[in-house]
Design a protein. Structure first.
Length: 277
């Protein structure tokens, strides 16, 4: 957790403010959380668990979609897909219910020296942490802002999320769907590849989040270009604290391959450090 040495019971409990289905099997969850979350940064995540008797599973790692103020301390939004048992149970919880929460966890996205353009590449639910990043990159005094270009991809128009919010921040948005029902037809990585030559590689930073095959493809696309790129890995996690070793990935080390844990060493990594399977 960030900025606190002592964790209180309040830090480990969140109150649901809303939990609405915004697309088929996709939900936007708003939570009132403790003041510890005021220091959360784009790229960090929380472990959420419904709690109560008869709930045997561990927490589910979910990226932070937005952060704002609240009387309790902070208000965070979580954009998630109800895919497995844990997230499906969370999707049934209502306003006023409480969830067990641990966070903010992990490292964060960082700007590159001399960067004046940020390119965001999102696949599916990978849009969630990139919306938070877009908000921060376009906030504050004009002299501190950077140009943001977002490539947002999904299976179809119905599951294309975050577009309006990113546009509201002043970002330029390019859309891609697998079935062609909105924007470019095909993978979002190919849309990015088609336009990559229009960016000044010396002044552009790339930030990506999405399924593993998408991120691996990003590695192939930028391999021969001096364009810095950070990726947020969405590996399965059980504890979020580095104890279970369930989210280990292989990276390049000074003496050869090394192992890193997504929950504690990540979830954000330099794309070129990862040894893709």
């Amino acid at each position: 957790m960030t900025g606190h040495t002592m964790v209180t019971r309040e830090d480990l409990t969140a109150e649901i403010l809303s939990n609405a289905e915004v697309a088929p099997c996709h939900y936007l969850l708003a939570l009132a959380v403790s003041p510890v979350y005021r220091d959360a940064r784009p790229g960090q995540f929380v472990m959420l668990r419904p709690g109560g008797l008869g709930i045997p599973f561990l927490g589910r790692p979910l990226g932070i979609y937005s952060l704002s103020g609240h009387a309790r301390g902070a208000r965070i939004e979580i954009l998630y897909r109800a895919a497995g048992r844990g997230t499906k149970v969370i999707s049934t919880r209502c306003e006023g219910d409480r969830l067990e929460v641990l966070g903010p966890l992990g490292n964060r996205f960082t700007c590159f020296p001399g960067m004046d353009t940020a390119v965001l590449v999102a696949g599916g639910i990978g849009i969630a942490p990139l919306v938070f990043l877009a908000e921060r990159l376009t906030a504050g005094p004009a002299k501190d802002r950077v140009r943001v270009v977002a490539y947002i991809g999904a299976r179809d128009a119905a599951t294309l999320l975050g577009v309006d919010r990113v546009r509201a921040f002043g970002a330029e948005v390019r859309v891609s769907t697998d079935d062609g029902s909105a924007g470019h037809r095909g993978p979002v990585t190919e849309l990015f590849r088609n336009e990559m030559g229009s960016f000044d590689t010396a002044r552009t930073g790339v930030f990506a989040c999405g399924p593993y095959p998408m991120l691996r493809r990003m590695g192939e696309i930028v391999a021969d270009r001096p364009m810095p790129c950070q990726v947020l890995m969405e590996e399965r996690m059980a504890c979020g604290m580095g104890a279970c070793l369930g989210c280990t990935i292989e990276v390049r080390g000074p003496g050869g391959p090394e192992y890193r844990q997504v929950c504690t060493d990540g979830p954000v990594f330099d794309l070129r450090d990862i040894l893709w399977r």
